[in-house]
Write a protein that binds this ligand. Structure first.
Ligand SMILES: NC(=O)c1ccc[n+]([C@@H]2O[C@H](COP(=O)([O-])OP(=O)(O)OC[C@H]3O[C@@H](n4cnc5c(N)ncnc54)[C@H](OP(=O)(O)O)[C@@H]3O)[C@@H](O)[C@H]2O)c1
Length: 271
């Protein structure tokens, strides 16, 4: 058995090195800032470099901003080589990149399916492939943000294609776990969250038709898909931090963070 100081290196080391992908906005940005506040050294990764630089500046603690397009294999390889070089290694990956399409399945185009899978599934695998050698070298951890609608509830009407892509992501995480048992893989299904303020606010539905979204939310609330509550992004960051703090003696394979019923959605939409 290794000495206890070696076994607990990750759990006790406040300067754990974490790459958060999808960190230019929304939940990824909140998680990155939250982890940095707890002493982690964070690489903020996504496509919009200016956003990443702002996030790294806000995070402090020697955070880095590294551009990465998850749909581009060479971009992923380059970006993780840069992170590992800058940090002298990598202990954890948090994959928050994701997108959704608001449409009945019958209307989802081949192009939309391709973009959904490239971003939510294939991208997760390309990123993991680039990060895995570095994570394996440190008995590291990889966390993937998934959806309640893939594992906790039934798929929501109008978000079926999204739920399918997240179910594929969940299986991808299991497949990576089988091939790389030396890395702790966690699927973290999370409920609706607004994120934080400014750039940390979610942009998840920003390209959706506002009227169609309003109608959809009313339907989801009336039919019990939504219970009206929202996950606080600070609580989400705490949960991710706990997963990373497991250390290299254990890991958390599955986690589900669901919102409690509340009036948060009604207040947000000023109904
Ligand atoms: N918000 C919610 O209520 C909610 C609920 C359940 C689950 N989730 C899941 O949580 C995750 C984060 O959601 P969110 O609300 O924070 O979404 P968001 O605000 O839309 O942020 C998505 C992030 O992904 C990045 N991204 C998109 N395409 C990319 C690409 N090709 N390469 C690299 N980065 C890319 C975006 O940055 P760039 O555009 O700069 O690349 C952005 O940083 C998603 O996986 C989502 O499915 C969210």
């Amino acid at each position: 058995m290794p000495p206890s100081d070696e076994r607990s290196r990750i759990s006790d080391d406040p300067s754990i090195r974490v790459a958060v992908v999808g960190a230019s906005a929304g939940l990824g940005r909140c998680i990155g800032i939250g982890l940095a506040a707890k002493g982690a050294r964070v690489a903020f990764m996504a496509r919009r470099k200016d956003r990443l630089e702002n996030a790294a500046k806000e995070a402090g603690n020697n955070a880095a901003a590294v551009a990465c397009d998850v749909t581009d294999e060479s971009s992923c390889q380059r970006a993780f080589a840069e992170v590992a070089d800058t940090f002298g290694g990598l202990d954890a990956l948090v994959y928050t990149t994701g997108m959704g399409v608001l449409a009945p399945l019958a209307d989802v185009t081949a192009e939309q399916w391709a973009q959904l899978f490239a971003t939510n599934v294939t991208g997760a695998s390309l990123v993991t492939a680039a990060a895995a050698p570095h994570l394996a070298a440190n008995a590291g951890t990889a966390v993937y943000l998934s959806s309640l609608s893939a594992s906790y509830s039934t798929p929501w009407p109008l978000l079926g294609a999204y739920a399918v892509s997240k179910a594929a992501l969940d299986k991808l995480v299991e497949a990576w776990r089988i091939e790389h048992p030396n890395i702790g893989f966690t699927r973290l299904a999370v409920g609706d969250s607004f994120g934080g303020s400014g750039d940390s606010q979610t942009e998840f539905n920003k390209t959706w038709d506002p009227a169609a979204l309003d109608t959809a939310i009313r339907f989801w609330m009336e039919h019990g898909y939504m219970q009206g509550g929202l996950v606080d992004a600070d609580h989400l960051a705490e949960v991710v931090h706990s997963v990373l703090r497991c250390g290299n003696s254990s890991f958390i394979p599955y986690l589900t963070l669901a919102p409690r019923p509340a009036d948060a959605v009604k207040e947000l939409r000023q109904w």
